[in-house]
Design a binder for this molecule. Structure first.
Ligand code: MN
Ligand code: MN
Length: 305
């Protein structure tokens, strides 16, 4: 674990969240919002850990605009972005109501409250940890329980098949799940980097796979047939390593031929193509997310915003 790089990523993530809140307005093209946020990440000395996700209403996650996307911001919008500093990631998200809709506002509050309750609980254990050196007595299901109780108290349901996650260098989902319900798994949080991300909905509380997202991740380096696909594969390895990227980024660098190469790489088994994640009852979804870091000294909230 590189504390210095993690904290740098967190600092950038916090600044980007403040910036993103100022540019997200109803009617602004999602493409413009995504590009501005990603440009800000570079400007502040980081790289995007994955394409900015701008998911509207019942789409809970994994919507990033394509290179020719015409969608304008509206509804209940989730802004989910990550900062990559040498592969160390700060994952951060917020939701905003662009429709002056009361239920949307309540949903935004519900996921934010669930996140802050979970973070406050974790912070409350830090002092114990430092003073007594007893190890951390935080279990993943306890966090899930706090999240679900807080969301249910607002009259909504958590999304049970979306969850927070541990992270490692160049790995966004590194094995440990931080559930949004008490799943009965009493896994103790050890030293490491974790994202906590409650989702709230008035619907059934589950997501299903929707349309292809245009977001990909490298899963195999086996050589593709065409030299074009080999060239793009080398670019992906060098530029993104095993972190997610999107067709929009490839189009920007290689234009239409890059998109052909992506198809070949996907067919050749080099890439995982993520689906959009849609609430099963097509109900609106809100999300809030922060990243925390646990080391020998204690617990740090990496993303202060
Ligand atoms: Mn995220
Ligand atoms: Mn996350």
């Amino acid at each position: 674990m590189s504390t210095e790089k993690i904290l740098k990523a967190g600092k950038i993530a916090s600044q980007v969240k403040i910036y993103a809140r100022t540019i997200v307005k109803k009617g602004i093209p999602l493409l413009e919002i995504a590009e501005k946020i990603e440009a800000k990440i570079f400007e502040l000395g980081g790289k995007p850990a994955f394409p900015v996700n701008l998911s509207i209403n019942e789409v809970a996650a994994h919507y990033t605009p394509g290179h020719d996307d015409k969608t304008a911001a509206n509804g209940l919008l989730k802004v989910d972005f990550g900062i990559n500093v040498d592969g160390w990631v700060a994952d951060n998200a917020f939701s905003v109501d662009l429709d002056e809709n009361e239920e949307n506002k309540k949903l935004v509050k519900a996921s934010e409250n669930a996140l802050s309750e979970a973070v406050e609980f974790i912070k409350s254990k830090t002092a114990d940890y430092r003073i007594k050196r007893t190890g951390i007595s935080i279990t993943t299901n306890k966090i899930g329980s706090i999240i679900s109780k807080t969301i249910e108290a607002s009259g909504f349901s958590p999304i049970i098949n979306l969850s927070g996650h541990s992270m490692e260098q160049y790995s966004l989902h590194a094995g440990i799940t931080i559930p949004n319900i008490d799943d009965g798994k009493t896994i103790k949080l050890e030293e490491g980097l974790y994202a906590i991300e409650p989702f709230a909905t008035p619907g059934s509380g589950k997501v299903r796979d929707g349309k292809p997202s245009g977001i990909y991740e490298l899963t195999s380096e086996k050589s593709p047939r065409s030299s074009l696909a080999r060239e793009i594969l080398e670019f992906i390895k060098k530029e993104y390593n095993t972190l997610p990227f999107c067709s929009r980024w490839i189009f920007k660098k290689f234009e239409a031929r890059g998109l052909f190469a992506l198809k070949e790489l996907e067919a050749n088994g080099n890439l995982h193509h993520f689906s959009q994640l849609v609430e099963v009852s097509d109900s609106k979804v809100s999300q809030a997310e922060q990243t925390i870091f646990i080391d020998k000294e204690g617990i740090v909230i990496v993303t202060t915003e």
